[in-house]
Design a protein around this ligand. Structure first.
Ligand code: NAP
Ligand code: ZN
Length: 335
């Protein structure tokens, strides 16, 4: 097998530099994907900066991958050469634990991530266990579908778990890569949707994506006005905020669910949780079965990412623009 070329971080927060690695023998249950597109998820930026203490350098980021199958291990029968497929955050699991057996592979204690201690999708090719490589419906164009592989599943899965339906009042905090997909999925579930954003300029686009209401979170008056109005608030923000204000904007029995990772511990008063039986929870990506379901829903209801495409070689430019919250709404790298 020839070397795989990509762009790697060699130290915390460093610019990505060209990097080649030898992928070794293809595993029996692995496939190799020739990458056409890879989204720039904010988790890549957390990994490059080692915000979570998980990163080992050098490594190639990227886990919103679309491409075609270029090699299959001898034990792979579900995928064929040339098929268009996607790969998200997770690239393997044990396959044997209670969670894998239940089809909740994203909860496997030994789950492997596509670009943690291995090399991901800002590259020419990538490998993964075939169970985590998902066929892409024909109706979805690759550039606009790549962000569904992590951003899309991460917002879709908790809305399914929490039974979002036409009677639900859903708030989406942070209208970035994840948030702009969350508005679209919440709308397809039939919910009344409120976008919470620090960026007043995003209001018209948030409404065009399907939000019924828009709250500028920098205006404390606007935040007070929505007190007690939401059943489910999904936070995709990667920044610290006054989370107590969001708890106050929940109806009794409502839930604040974190998918975005703020840097500081989440500080909350117990009393509003007690008085309204309100909950705080979180959610990690989604299982392969959920991903297939999400892609099917996206194809049938035409849910795609609004993208800004960059050539793979300009990954550093894309990362800088994402870091400054300037991308509308997902940067995608193309080979
Ligand atoms: P993104 O595209 O950069 O969007 C994040 C959004 O957060 C921004 O667009 C912005 O929205 C808001 N924000 C940014 N800076 C802010 C600030 N200083 N104060 C308040 N709001 C701010 O990021 P993403 O790719 O959607 O990822 C979001 C988070 O989800 C990251 O922490 C990422 O690691 C995490 N994530 C988690 C999972 C999981 O499995 N749970 C999966 C994927 C990603 P507004 O302009 O609208 O305020
Ligand atoms: Zn991601």
């Amino acid at each position: 097998m020839s070397l795989i070329q990509g762009l790697a971080a060699h130290a915390a927060g460093a610019e990505l530099l060209p990097f080649k690695y030898d992928p070794g023998e293809l595993g029996v249950h692995e496939v190799e994907i020739g990458i056409t597109h890879c989204g720039v998820c904010h988790s890549d930026i957390h990994l490059i900066s080692n915000d979570w203490g998980l990163s080992q350098y050098p490594f190639i980021p990227g886990h919103e991958i679309i491409g075609t199958i270029t090699a299959t291990g001898s034990g792979v029968h579900s995928l064929k050469m040339g098929q268009r497929v996607g790969l998200g955050w997770q690239s393997n699991s044990c396959g044997e634990c209670e969670w894998c057996q239940r089809g909740l592979e994203n909860l496997c204690p030994t789950a492997e991530a596509t670009c943690v201690r291995r090399n991901g999708g800002y590259a020419t090719r990538v490998r993964a266990n075939a169970r985590f490589v998902i066929r892409i419906p024909d109706a979805l164009p690759s550039e606009q579908a790549a962000p569904l592989l992590c951003g899309g599943i991460t917002v879709y899965s908790p809305m399914r778990d929490h039974g979002i339906n036409p009677s639900s009042r859903v708030g989406i905090v942070g209208i970035g890569g994840l948030g702009h997909l969350a508005i679209q999925f919440a709308r397809v579930f039939g919910a009344e949707v409120t976008a919470f954003s620090t960026s007043a300029a995003k209001e018209s686009e948030a409404r065009a994506l399907g939000a019924h209401n828009f709250v500028n979170t920098r205006e404390s008056k606007a935040m007070k006005e929505v007190a007690g109005t939401h059943d489910f608030i999904l936070s995709t923000s990667n920044a610290d905020q006054d989370w107590g204000v969001y708890i106050n904007s929940l109806r009794p029995t409502g839930t604040l669910c974190f998918v975005g990772v703020p840097p500081s511990p989440v500080a909350l008063q117990a009393f509003p949780l007690i008085a309204g039986i309100r909950s705080v929870t979180g959610s990690p990506i989604g299982s392969p079965n959920r991903m297939r379901e999400m892609l099917d829903v996206a194809a049938r209801h035409i849910i795609t990412a609004k993208t800004e495409c960059f050539p793979m070689a300009k990954a550093n430019e894309a990362i800088e623009k994402v870091t400054k919250n300037k991308v509308r709404y997902r940067a995608v790298l193309a080979n």
